[in-house]
Design a protein around this ligand. Sequence first.
Ligand code: SF4
Length: 125
Amino acid sequence: MNKDADTVKKVFTCIVCPRGCEVTATLDKGGDILSIEGNFCPRGETYVRNELTHPMRQLTTTVKIDGGIYSRLPVILSGEIPKERMMDVMEAVSDVKVTSPIKRGDVIVADVCGLNVDVIASRSM
Ligand code: SF4
């Protein structure tokens, strides 16, 4: 019996640090993880396990601002969100408009999309 035919390999580039290890996960037909190889440190294994089960992402974008030195204010989330909700959050902030002055860290949208994270200003303006 060919054991490789019963497994699937998935290759990831770990983005946790600049080293960028290429990490290979071997899964059985049911999707259970058999092995994870190529990570230089344990954080790479955690990253790949999360990618396979529940990928999370940080999001940075901008919102409109009146009275600032620029027309857009950079914002960031207070924590990571499920990857599949990124477009929901982008849509939720697309019509947001704030007025200067804004301080770095000010909450622009609280509990965006009910995800238990806030959209916050990443600079003062
Ligand atoms: S596995 Fe460790 S060393 Fe390699 S990129 Fe990820 S965090 Fe960096």
